[in-house]
Design a protein around this ligand. Sequence first.
Ligand code: AKB
Length: 325
Amino acid sequence: MSSRPMRNILVTGACGQIGSELTMALRERYGNEHVVAAGHRTPPPDDVRDSGPFVYLDVTDRQALEEVVEQFQIDTIFHLAAVLSAVGEQKPDVAWRVNMNGLYNVLEVARTRSLTRVFCPSSMAVFGPSTPKENTPQETILSPTTMYGITKVAGELLGNYYVQKFGVDVRGLRYPGIISHKTPPGGGTTDYAVAIFYDAVKYRRYTCFVREDTVLPMMYMPDAVRAAIELMEADFRRLTRHADYNITAMSFSAGELAREIQKHIPDFVCEFQPDFRQAIADSWPRSIDDSVARTDWGWRPAYDLPAMTVDMLNALQTRYQQGQL
Ligand code: AKB
């Protein structure tokens, strides 16, 4: 596997929760003109649209993907475009088409054009009800019960296959729930851990769609962005895994999150009314063992629950006072 540098980067899903912040971090690091942001339906955030090249791209359209890669001389793809778990249960056909065909197109373009590297995020959704729930190991049972999880398991296997069979440098990690204040998440099960902050700041009240005792692994966005960049910049020879690194930062219940917010907003009230997403949350781990990522490429999260909560509330309160929420 070559250690060629990443020069011209394409970010798919660049208008999404992770993609929008990853795009800006990559532009700061590699230069605005070297990072092409690709969105599909969601309107682009102003900074993503205005600070560098922006294109509309449907990742299931192989021809269109080829054209963007050709036009901008792309050598590296961060493939963030995906349908998440909750929407995936409502539209399993769309989740399969976007997640599988989109990834296949990206990997085929990487193979046929000898791209330097591909980042394909996976998710803790690869785990299922029969997986050990506490400190879920790197190597364990992958029997998800959601269409999203099924596409993520298949995606990991496909990514690993492209490494072994074709020598494509594919890298990926299993994100836990991601909490952030810039671009709202769309269609995930862990979205409650973001929505609770917006509603706490705006209304002092939130109705949570999972039970109070639901514990899930989570991560704050600065850590999630750094993890992607650090994994992609790691020396290939140090990697013992390819498309499927476990990573995590913190685990807490929905009730603990509400109480952490109440430390700063004492009159905040949170109610719990579980819906169909409870079953998805119940099928996932409560905590994750990310020791392999720590050993192989030095992964360390910076934010725990109290630090993340302070930062989220500061950012959202500022935006609220400026009339931006
Ligand atoms: C979701 O909830 O679907 C995502 C994920 C855990 O991958 N945030």
